[in-house]
Design a protein around this ligand. Structure first.
Ligand code: GDP
Length: 390
């Protein structure tokens, strides 16, 4: 799955940067096109792995922005993105889109630049390109306050109009014990990147000399994520034992041993997938409300297993509302872990989203009341007999 990843705003840029960092460390051959877009110069300067020519500063000509960001004003973020949409689209076009499978916009939805800019970009990309447009939207934690919730709700509603799928991540659900939200960001970003890295491997050529048990195509990812809606992602890993150290010699192994090992492998894969689906999801949701699902398992080839994947697929088919479950694997020698990714597509029962919608309505009403009171108070200063102009 060859993604054109656009990190919009600070959180989006940082996640993109970390993605590139981890891919580099892993000696990855996966093809990714990166672009970081921001209204704050310092945020762009803080990136280490996004090449300089793949960073774009917007809003310089706006006197309220001038390279310093838009604060938490996502309407200003959207305005700046709209005014400079040609610059952004030209940058994307210049980097080339002929060999990509999909666009992926990553943004924090509670702030200003990414929250406002991501929907504007999604709209234009979906109008201009045949490739699907996905977004990874990071929801603010409740402790960040109502303004962030209002921003996130507004951005989410706009994004859902234009993206083929919105993958949500809930900062509130992911805050780590004993850590502040800011301290948690680094760990949350690692979790997001692990999931995206596995998704990016779907349908990609495997390392030389490796053959997948059940190969999944990028078109199957696209089919899972089609038609709009929200997705949540589950993930689980297990460290695999080194066969040599366990004394499993291929030459000495008896037939019963082999069968036992095979069944054991299948059970392990199936339970790993179950763990991924039932463990911490990027956004907590009712798995039974998912319309489709995608399972991807990656790890050393001797630990992958077709039977296990099929078992997992059948189990997942029983769990979700729909019947479409796709499953595949990706053999790699570059790790001692087996990882399972479960994408729950088009989930509808998401408590945090409902809560955000409620909070946003409250916040909007509060803002309107405050504004009304302020206007009334201001008017009181003037003589009541004064005739208004219009
Ligand atoms: P922008 O630069 O104006 O787009 O604003 P940010 O990207 O900083 O978005 C602010 C929102 O994103 C807040 O709700 C933060 O909780 C969240 N956020 C900021 N940085 C990070 C990060 O590195 N990781 C995660 N997971 N969330 C972040």
């Amino acid at each position: 799955m060859r993604f054109f990843i656009i990190g919009f705003g600070q959180a989006g840029g940082k996640i993109l940067d970390l993605f590139l960092c981890r891919e580099k460390e892993a000696g990855s051959t996966i093809k990714i096109k990166p672009l970081a877009v921001n209204t704050a110069r310092t945020d762009l300067m803080g990136l280490k792995y996004v090449p300089k020519e793949c960073r774009l500063l917007i809003g310089q000509s706006d006197p309220r922005v001038k390279g310093h960001g838009v604060g938490t004003d996502n309407r200003l973020g959207a305005k700046v993105a709209q005014e400079e949409i040609d610059t952004i689209l030209n940058a994307i076009d210049k980097m080339g889109t002929h060999d990509i499978d999909a666009f992926l916009i990553v943004a924090g939805l509670g702030g200003g630049t990414g929250s406002g800019g991501a929907p504007v970009l999604a709209k234009h990309l979906s109008e201009m390109y045949p490739e699907p447009v996905y977004a990874v939207g990071i929801l603010p934690a409740p402790e960040e306050g109502k303004l962030y919730s209002l921003n996130a709700a507004r951005s989410m509603i706009s994004l859902l109009k234009y993206v083929d799928n919105l993958i949500l991540v809930d900062n509130g659900a992911w805050k780590f014990e004993g850590m502040s939200l800011r301290e948690s960001f680094t760990k949350i970003n690692e979790e997001i990147v692990k999931r995206l890295a596995l998704l990016a491997r779907a349908g990609e050529p495997v390392e030389s000399g490796m053959i997948g048990e059940m190969v999944i195509d990028s078109s199957e990812v696209i089919n899972t994520l089609r038609g709009g809606g929200i997705s949540s992602i589950g993930y689980a890993t297990t460290l695999v034992e080194d066969k040599k150290s366990k004394g499993f010699s291929l030459f000495r192994r008896k037939k019963e041993d082999e069968e036992f090992v095979e069944n054991d492998k299948a059970t392990k894969i199936a339970s790993l997938v179950r763990r991924a689906a039932l463990g911490r999801l990027t956004i907590p949701c009712n798995i039974r409300s998912a319309e489709r699902a995608l399972v991807l398992v990656a790890g050393p080839p001797e630990h992958l297993d077709r039977k296990g994947l099929e078992k997992a697929k059948l189990w997942l088919e029983e769990q979700i509302a729909g019947v479409e479950v796709r499953a595949g694997d990706y053999p790699t020698k570059r790790t001692k872990h087996v990882a399972a990714l479960v994408v729950l597509a088009n989930v509808t029962d998401i408590p945090r989203v409902k809560q955000l919608q409620r909070l946003a309505v409250e916040a909007k009403e509060e803002i309107e009341t405050v504004e009304k009171e302020r206007i009334e108070k201001t008017l009181e200063i003037f003589d009541e007999d004064l005739e208004p102009l219009v």
